[in-house]
Write a protein that binds this ligand. Structure first.
Ligand code: G6P
Length: 611
């Protein structure tokens, strides 16, 4: 949600900033801007994508070795040239970029207006930059002190990078609630919302904590709190290479990430499950295993796709480990006065590790005394740091806004947790335990097989490119998969789609069915196969168009369905990992045929750092 980047060093800042903005664009893409300083600041910004900004700058030379850049997802004020960042203070002393929301901006704004300040934009950010300037000029203090003092008066969330025109050889960054990473090079520093624009220059990074301020000059960095307490920088080495954040020949990041799943799932269980001897362990949970094994209840929280993964987690943990599980939207959980006891274990699931609602829900659960665990993809992000323990999914960077490989990695972790807990609680027989682990090992190969039949999904997509509505049905483990399939289609093709438990169809959605309504049914051979066959017949009787995801070799459903996509056989607990793949591909191909921007769907952002 907004991408910010800053650079100070020996290179020309503009290419670093521009390149960085392209890498960060998945965080928000309704307007973009840069400021590069070469004695004097040069600021340029516009509504639209980073490519629009690049075109606007054209062949103009933008010189300077200090700079900041921003790609926006609008919160305050519509996306237009004026509301785009960077924002300059009224007397031109400070230039600032911001990710987050200043909640008390209107009180601060009216105080500043009383002191003669005027505003050009509708943003909360312009209030902050003017507040800094006001303190600087009125108090006759250094830029650093003005920034720190201003931040003590701010309520809300911020990740900021600021340049003061009186000290143009210094770049100051600070965070609270919105992520910020400092890249440490030799004679240069980078600041960014995440590490993706930094890793091509350096793998040495510092993840700023809430309340941290980094004062960066070409050859030195000072780290302190906003209250002027010195901090020792904790420089970490990131295991992230440039290939992981490139498209590598794929037309879109989303397609690349769908195709990466055999590898990413393997990375998720690598070193955690073994076949000889058959074993499973999750090092991140080692210290909390007694709490988990004896938990009276597990509460899972997440948003969007991560919430769907949590639903699969509920099914699999209750099924294999017999621990009661409840799943909550993080945003609902935190506002509805939930009952949380010290015997509960709360598991927060998040790809980015930065989702504001999930973070707030974690804080609430911690205050109530619960043990809080995280399942996250982005190493060093806020959720792993806020939770007591957890498991990284290791899916690698996910850039496409519609989540794909992060979902299957989350589900992989949850299945591993369920197997492990089932073993420790004695709710799984040895034989079942062994079979599950052996079956997990086969998942990457089976996904490879599904990806090889992509051309079938592509040809089906042709038929539905002009459709306005879709229904997705599944039972048991496949109900969350139906929800996820519908979400993928909605997000990237803007087709209205609903996921439903197949048996619930007759309580409402059946009224929607006619010969124009495509119904995607996950109808693999498992316990509820006969029931789902009946559901298909109910749809057919009303002339609905069936696209069935079936187990390979199924002849019964082939007779009834209009379109069939086969997936390999899998044990029930693991089937979700396979069934979701054709649904991701279906959404991708339909969106592409409709001419949609698959990687950057309208109005969405990858990392939602506002509440
Ligand atoms: C946004 C993204 C979704 C994601 C959700 C939760 O809405 O567009 O793809 O599922 O946030 O994000 P998280 O990073 O917490 O998994």
């Amino acid at each position: 949600m907004c991408g910010i980047i800053g650079y100070i060093g020996f290179r020309e800042a503009y290419p670093v900033i521009l390149n960085g903005l392209k890498r960060l664009e998945y965080r928000g893409y309704d307007s973009a801007g840069i400021c590069v300083v070469d004695g004097e600041p040069f600021t340029i910004k516009c509504k639209g994508k980073v490519s629009d900004l690049e075109n606007l700058i054209g062949k103009n030379s933008v010189a300077g070795k200090v700079g900041i850049g921003h790609t926006r997802w609008a919160t305050h004020g519509e996306p237009n040239d004026i509301n785009a960042h960077p924002h300059e203070s009224m007397n031109g002393k400070f230039i600032l970029i911001h990710n987050g929301i200043i909640e008390n901006y209107s009180i601060l704004k009216s105080k500043l207006e009383k002191r003669g300040y005027t505003f050009k934009s509708e943003t909360d950010t312009e209030v902050l930059v003017n507040l800094i300037e006001y303190i600087y000029l009125k108090g006759n203090v250094t830029p650093e002190i003005a920034i720190r003092l201003a931040l003590t008066k701010v309520v809300g969330a911020y990740g900021i990078a600021v340049i003061c025109c009186d000290e143009p050889e210094t770049l100051i960054a600070a965070r609270k609630g919105s992520p910020l990473v400092v890249g440490v090079g030799e004679g240069e520093y980078f600041v960014a919302s995440d590490a993706t624009p930094i890793v091509e220059y350096t793998n040495s990074v510092i993840f700023l904590n809430d309340g941290d301020v980094a004062i960066l000059q070409r050859d030195q960095m000072v780290l302190k709190t906003i209250f002027n307490e010195s901090l020792e920088p904790n420089i970490q080495t990131l295991d992230l290479d440039i290939e992981a954040i490139e498209k590598n020949g794929f037309e879109h990041f989303m397609l690349k990430e769908i195709y990466e799943q055999p590898r990413s799932i393997h990375d998720t269980f690598r070193g955690r499950i073994s076949l000889d001897p058959i074993d499973i362990h999750l090092g991140g949970l080692y210290n909390v295993m007694p709490n988990l094994v004896n938990a009276k209840r597990i509460l899972m929280i997440g948003c969007g796709t991560s919430w769907h993964a949590a639903l699969v987690g509920e099914y699999v943990i209750e099924d294999l480990a017999r621990i009661p599980v409840e799943v909550e939207y993080a945003s609902e959980f935190r506002y509805r006065n939930p009952i949380i006891s010290k015997d509960d274990v709360v598991i927060a699931i998040s790809q980015s590790g930065e989702t504001a609602d999930t973070l707030a829900a974690i804080k609430l659960a911690k205050e109530a005394g619960a043990l809080v665990l995280g399942i996250c993809n982005v190493v060093g992000s806020s959720i792993p740091r806020e939770t007591h323990a957890g498991v990284y999914t290791h899916a690698g960077p996910e850039i496409g806004v519609a989540s794909t490989k992060a979902f299957t990695a989350q589900v992989t972790v949850l299945i591993m947790m369920a197997i492990l807990l089932g073993r420790k609680r004695g709710t799984l027989t040895e034989e079942h335990y062994q079979t599950l682990i052996q079956e997990m090992e086969k998942v990457p190969e089976k996904i490879e097989q599904i990806l090889n039949s992509d051309s079938i999904v592509k040809s089906i997509s042709e038929r539905f490119k002009t459709t306005n509505n879709f229904l997705y049905l599944g039972r048991g483990y496949y109900f969350p998969v139906a929800l996820e399939g519908a979400l993928k289609l909605k997000e990237i093709s803007y087709i209205h789609a609903e996921g439903y438990p197949a048996a619930e169809m007759k309580h409402g959605p059946i009224a929607l069915i006619d010969d124009t309504m495509p119904v995607v049914v996950i109808a693999t051979k498992d316990n509820s196969y006969e029931k789902i066959v009946s559901n298909i017949q109910e749809v057919k009787a009303r002339k609905g168009v069936i696209i069935a995801i079936v187990t390979e070799g199924d002849t019964v459903i082939r007779e009834m369905a209009d379109y069939v996509i086969e997936i390999p056989e899998a044990v029930e607990a693991i089937g979700a990992l396979l069934a979701v793949i054709p649904l991701q591909l279906l959404a991708y191909h339909i969106a592409l045929l409709r001419g949609c921007n698959v990687d950057q769907p309208r109005n969405l952002a990858k990392s939602v750092t506002v509440e």
